[in-house]
Write a protein that binds this ligand. Structure first.
Ligand code: ADP
Ligand code: GLC
Length: 487
């Protein structure tokens, strides 16, 4: 039997992306198809989503829901992989410019509960027959945006629908989708679902908790993060629930879509290169220095950052270490957008060190590739990191990552300690304590290694040789599905 799975998510590359979630939802379904799983996706009908799909066809009229007029279900195809994508058409909710979650003033939309309840509800409707031509065995919900899907499945089952299994994947426990209890009434859930054994979370409605409570299985995006979230320190208030579900939790490391993120095929970078012909990488570095207004100096150790500018990412710590980079003759380039305070901090650092520190505030897919390719070291000093993709991209592009030993960063980067160098294991720079001494120590190791040419080259080569392709993750997800009786 072919297993049919419906992914429910808010973002999917290349249609719409604000972070790694989009990369995962863009790459996992085609990887699953390669293994014989029939994977489809349901997304909210944001303008970028409807504009980016081919052959959009009406599927069903889902009627009135969540206080808005008619909701329609459409189905399109995403080139080049041909993944089938369902679109929930509800223009009053989704036809808004810009970011899918925030208004022009960077505030969450006031009706985000209803906007994303509709996503989970539509997923459950597809699972219970809204498309006469296709029905999934499993609904696979991603993050809080889709967290109510398992709750609606349970509710529909109670009303007589056949059971459809569900998987909840946590990409980031810090974003929980909590709303005032007074909003529960608009969610179209049975009244008794508002309970500790249900969607209630400290007097609020929590979409993520709903998913964690009602889903048949829970996964998260690295083995280390799967352990961390079950501790009080990293459980964001949900560790108690997660501990009770410990046997249902699996940590599955994200992968890299090497058709997009590989220096051998990347059209966005100044010059392609391979592990055996690295001259292109120097060209990428020079091009990046020019593009960003940095001194054109091949010997300057160039650190790169591509990141959302949020508390999670530890960039305040990086700011405290900027003088250490500059005094040693290094350079720093940052691409990011987010918290105003961090944006200002970055701009100030660039102004204080012209020619050595350059910052671009914004979201720029092409520049993100140029930075990963042109940097000597890519920094991801996150306070916590469920998986992290930029360090995986950095490995592929021969830019040894400098990371804090947490979550998926701990699972994917091996420090250039003397022992690890001696054992041919090192692929980057890892610091243990989240403080200035920790990050500065790792920065110093990067400079020290760069000065040892042959060892540096060996680390770069090893980093580029690591394989984080999606196949392993796709296989691991099939095992989770099999555990739910889908073979
Ligand atoms: P997160 O999902 O927490 O933001 P990840 O490392 O998993 O972190 O994924 C981040 C993704 O978003 C990567 O593909 C990265 O290149 C991209 N990204 C982050 N910020 C920007 C930006 N300002 N411009 C372009 N791409 C960005
Ligand atoms: C989240 C996490 C990040 C992860 C990404 C994709 O945004 O912050 O660590 O890589 O989701 O799973």
């Amino acid at each position: 039997m072919t297993v049919c799975v419906l992914h429910a998510a808010a973002e999917m590359f290349p249609l719409l992306k604000t972070g790694g979630l989009a990369d995962v939802v863009g790459a996992l379904p085609p990887a699953q198809s390669q293994l014989g799983t029939n994977a489809r996706v349901v997304l909210p009908g944001f303008p970028a989503v409807t504009a980016g799909l081919d052959d959009l066809q009406p599927v069903a009229d889902l009627g009135h829901a969540f206080g808005v007029g008619s909701v329609r279900l459409e189905r399109g195809v995403l080139a080049p992989h041909g993944v089938v994508v369902y679109v929930v058409r509800c223009d009053p909710f989704y036809d808004r410019p810009g970011n899918p979650y925030l208004d022009g003033a960077h505030r969450s939309y006031a009706d985000n509960d209803r906007r994303f309840a509709l996503l989970g509800w539509a997923a459950a409707r597809i699972a219970t027959g809204a498309d006469p031509a296709w029905k999934p065995h499993i609904v696979h919900a991603h993050d809080w945006h889709a967290g109510l899907a398992p709750a609606y499945l349970r509710a529909f089952q109670r009303s007589g629908a056949a059971k459809v299994a569900s998987v909840m994947t946590v990409h980031n426990l810090a974003y929980q989708g909590t709303f005032p209890a007074s909003e529960f009434g608009v969610l179209q859930l049975p009244g008794d679902f508002y309970a500790v054994e249900g969607v209630e979370f400290y007097g609020h409605v929590s979409f993520l908790k709903a998913g964690l409570y009602y889903a048949d299985r829970i996964t998260t995006v690295s083995p280390t993060y799967a352990r961390e979230i079950q501790t009080q320190a990293h459980g964001a208030g949900l560790h108690g629930l997660l501990q009770t579900r410990t046997h249902d939790i699996t940590g599955i490391l994200n992968g890299v879509d090497y058709s997009i993120w590989s220096p051998t095929v990347d059209d966005a970078i100044a010059s392609k290169y391979t592990v055996s012909k690295m001259s292109g990488k120097s060209k990428c570095k020079t091009a990046l220095q020019e593009r960003m207004g940095l001194a054109r100096d091949d010997d300057a150790l160039l650190f790169g950052v591509v990141s959302r500018l949020t508390e999670q990412k530890g960039l305040d710590l990086l700011l405290s270490a900027v003088p250490d980079i500059v005094q040693r003759g290094g350079q720093l380039v940052v691409l990011g957008t987010g918290d105003p305070a961090l944006e200002t901090g970055m701009k100030n650092a660039a102004a204080a060190h012209p020619g050595a520190v350059a910052v671009e505030l914004g979201f720029d897919e092409t520049l993100s590739h140029s930075i990963i390719a042109g940097s000597d070291v890519v920094m991801v000093p996150s306070r916590f990191e469920p998986c992290g993709l930029t360090q995986l991209y950095a490995l592929a592009y021969g830019a040894p990552p400098l990371v804090h030993r947490v979550g998926g960063l701990a699972d994917t980067v091996v420090d250039s300690s003397l022992e690890n160098l001696a054992d041919d294991l090192a692929t980057g720079f890892v610091f243990d304590t989240f403080d200035r001494a920790g990050i500065v120590g790792a920065i110093r190791r990067a400079f020290a290694l760069k000065a040892r040419r042959s060892e540096w080259k060996a680390v770069v080569k090893r980093a580029m040789g690591r394989n984080f392709g999606w196949e392993a993750a796709a296989l691991a997800y099939s095992e989770v599905y099999q555990g739910l009786g889908a073979h």
